[in-house]
Write a protein that binds this ligand. Structure first.
Ligand code: AHR
Length: 538
């Protein structure tokens, strides 16, 4: 067990002496003790379960081959939805799923995807012209069959007990089309022609969709708008939307990564005619892909490991920057952040099928990016109301890989399962003291994490990014005594460790109990690990 007595710990000279690169060059020399202070009386905010949200686009193998196998399939399914995926998702308490895009959303006509499946039109998919799909066999990645539409997506959400988040087509359809989609989804049974259509399609009761995205990446694939033009569109699309009895929460298409001019341009233009328009925006949809480092998803060394984790950790600065920019126009911060696309993005080559555009195999490195990122969201629980990792299955930082009857969970899945324990807790401030990891111009915190309080239970998640160093750490919780502690750890001695169809359980979390002696906790965080400590306090 990694928990040791405080007395023994204090005898130890130092937390670490040096981190070594693969080539043997010292990255850092330090002699300080590692320490985590959990400040129970410094609450940050309630952690929205929607921070642990998902995203599923009609792209590559996400919907077809990933989620939807069809009711006639020999692959076990619930009403056409892959059973294995549903069963896993239920364990995550997934809260919200964004659909149908991504870029696809601004090419999608929701009417194509309702009604008898055999009568639905087939359309060229938004992504058909990407180089990756040239030479790939024809199929749903190129030609959208519309077998999975609004009704099927709602069925999926109900199966996994998640709220739907639908993204409207601003580039290609009108505000009226959008309002009619809202009506199709939310009008009371029998009340309107569209409600009766929904009923004829087998869905009598309204879907009660609350989250509506107004376009996607409107600075790019969503219409190439300027922020000023988009602000006008946003106002138009969100004016006089039929409410029924579900007040819509609109998510505006936010910036690409560091582009603060989009944030400032939008908020300045939106509020030009009055601050009241801020009330229309529930979430500002920031997108951040931290990208890759090294040659590929599976082909990287220690330097690349640290580089990617640093890029992932930059989410913290990104949130602060945009939050400050938003505050220039929204002093009371009525509008929060909805980071509705985030993740790593590696070059092609590790996808599990030829048609899975952007499909990638996730390693321990990706899992630690996920853990670092979720910790950042928790630490900004006062700012972030929603976040959606891209994307659920067979795509960028996915939780699952699937092809035909094969299906596995990736290490990202295990991180989400571990971190679900934070949901609805009160995020409390933490201070981490550990030797930084210096690399090139960049610095990565030697330990990072977040804590949430749930009555008398504290959930503390911690990432140790060091490939070589165990971090023996004193955990101080002033005002509380720990009665019992359990530990769940995701780690591996091989930084490239990943699950595959052949070896699906290479990377799975391990459980332990932590021994407590006296009032203080000492815990040794293993190298390259994400750890969840669940502490019962008295
Ligand atoms: O997630 C893949 C694509 O990345 C999305 O469609 C788009 O919104 C983003 O650029």
């Amino acid at each position: 067990m990694a928990m040791i007595q405080r007395r023994d710990f204090l005898k130890q000279a130092a937390c670490t002496s040096a981190l070594m690169l693969s080539g043997g060059l010292p990255l850092h020399a330090a002699g300080s003790r590692c320490k985590i202070d959990v400040l129970l009386n410094e609450p940050i905010g309630a952690i929205s379960p929607d921070i642990f949200g998902h995203f599923a686009e009609h792209i590559g193998g996400v919907i077809y081959d990933g989620i939807w196998v069809g009711e006639e399939s020999a692959i076990p399914n619930y009403a056409g939805v892959r059973k294995a995926l549903v069963d896993c998702m239920r364990r995550l308490r997934p809260s919200v799923v964004r659909w149908p895009g991504g870029c696809f959303a601004d090419s999608y006509n929701w009417r194509d995807g309702v009604g008898p499946r055999h009568q639905r039109p087939s359309r060229a998919n938004f992504w058909i012209n990407t180089g990756f799909l040239q030479g790939a066999p024809d199929g749903p990645a190129k030609y959208e069959p519309n077998h999975f539409g609004t009704d099927e997506f709602i069925t999926f959400c109900r199966l996994i007990d998640a709220e739907p988040y639908l993204a409207a087509n601003v580039r290609g359809l009108s505000a009226r089309d959008f309002h009619e989609w809202v009506e199709y989804c939310n009008a009371p049974a029998g009340a309107t022609t569209l409600a009766r259509q929904r009923e004829a399609h087998g869905c009598r009761d309204p879907f009660r969709v609350r989250f509506w995205g107004v376009g996607n990446e409107s600075w790019g694939c969503g219409g190439d708008f300027t922020p000023q033009e988009y602000a006008t569109e946003f106002r138009r699309f969100t004016s006089w939307v039929p409410h029924f009895d579900v007040a819509p929460s609109f998510i505006a298409a936010g910036p690409n990564s560091w582009d603060e001019s989009w944030t400032r341009g939008f908020f300045e233009a939106l509020t030009r005619r009055g601050k009241g328009y801020l009330n229309r925006v529930y979430g500002w949809g920031l997108h951040y892909y931290c990208g890759t480092a090294g040659k590929g998803a599976l082909d990287f060394g220690p330097d690349d490991w640290y580089e990617l984790l640093r890029k992932g950790a930059a989410m913290d600065r990104l949130i602060r920057n945009h939050w400050t920019a938003m505050g220039e126009f929204d002093a009371d911060h009525r509008v929060k952040l909805a980071i509705d696309e985030w993740g790593t993005w590696h070059p092609a080559g590790t996808e599990v099928h030829r048609t899975h555009l952007f499909g990638q195999t996730s390693t321990l490195r990706d899992a630690l990016v996920a853990a670092l990122t979720l910790d950042i969201f928790n630490r900004h629980a006062d700012k972030v109301v929603m976040a959606n990792i891209a994307q659920l299955v067979n795509n960028l930082q996915s939780l699952f890989l699937a092809h035909e009857d094969q299906f596995i969970t990736t290490p990202n899945y295990h991180v989400f399962e571990m971190y679900a324990a934070h949901q609805k807790g009160q995020s409390v401030r933490t201070e981490f003291s550990a030797p930084d990891i210096h690399q090139g111009d960049g610095t990565l915190s030697g330990l990072a994490g977040s804590a949430s309080l749930h009555g008398k239970r504290l959930v503390l998640t911690v990432v140790n990014p060091s490939i070589t160093e165990t971090r023996e750490t004193e955990i101080l919780i002033p005002g509380a005594t720990v009665r019992e502690a359990s530990v769940r750890t995701l780690s591996h001695h091989d930084i490239r460790a990943h699950n595959s169809f052949e070896n699906p359980n290479v990377l799975i979390p391990l459980d332990g109990r932590a021994r407590i002696t006296g009032s203080d906790l000492i815990y040794a965080f293993p190298p390259a690990s994400a750890v969840r400590l669940t502490l019962d306090l008295v």
